[in-house]
Design a protein around this ligand. Structure first.
Ligand code: RB5
Length: 193
């Protein structure tokens, strides 16, 4: 199932893509907007990202004016990987390298024909795994870390010159750097024990 949605800027393009997908025989869940009346893109983007997160849909396509706001809101939903895409090459990369479940399109950026080619390429491209899987796992680890900090009432307090680390973070850093030693999201990670 593919979830699709737009704000009012993306309404026409969303309708065009939905019809294109339905003609291809795809199972499409249209999550709005259903008129040209102004709506706020964060409300719509969160709806589709949440549907991906809960498994109601496997993939999502979001359309706004630029594709940017929709990408920003979708990526706020834990577990969701969304990318703004404006070419077929980027569409392939967004699956192959980034394992995105959502792409966002700008109605002011791509034509209806380009949008359909982008969607087609994105749906047809598999995730390549391997080194890319390791990098995607690191993104997930960063997300887990910051979600956990938020759940624990915010980040640890830092004094001047104090490294942005605490015991629990180092532990998660180890988990993130399993099999390699390098830079973590907040500086160098400790060597493996
Ligand atoms: C309108 O809200 C416009 O900002 C929106 O369609 C999108 O381009 C946001 O990034």
């Amino acid at each position: 199932m593919i979830g699709i949605a737009s704000d009012h800027f993306g309404f026409e393009l969303k309708e065009h893509i939905r019809e294109f997908l339905e003609l291809r025989g795809e199972n499409v869940h249209d999550l709005g907007t259903h008129t040209r009346e102004a709506v706020d893109y964060p409300d719509i983007g969160a709806r589709v990202a949440s549907a991906v997160r809960t498994g109601l849909v496997e993939r999502g396509i979001l359309v706004c004016g630029t594709g940017l706001g929709m990408a920003i809101i979708a990526n706020k939903v834990p577990g969701v990987f969304a990318a703004p895409v404006s070419s077929v090459d980027l569409a392939r990369a967004a699956r192959r390298s980034n394992d995105t479940q959502i792409i966002t399109l700008g109605a002011q950026v791509v034509s209806p024909e380009e949008a359909c080619s982008i969607v087609e390429a994105w749906l047809a491209t598999p995730f390549r795994g391997g080194r890319s899987a390791r990098k995607v796992a690191k993104i997930r680890a960063v997300e887990r870390r910051f979600c956990q900090e938020r759940a624990n009432d915010g980040p640890p307090r830092q004094g001047p010159g104090r490294p942005f680390r605490e015991e629990g973070t180092v532990q998660r850093g180890r988990e993130m750097s399993a099999g390699w030693a390098g830079e973590g999201p907040c500086g160098a990670m400790p060597e493996e024990a």
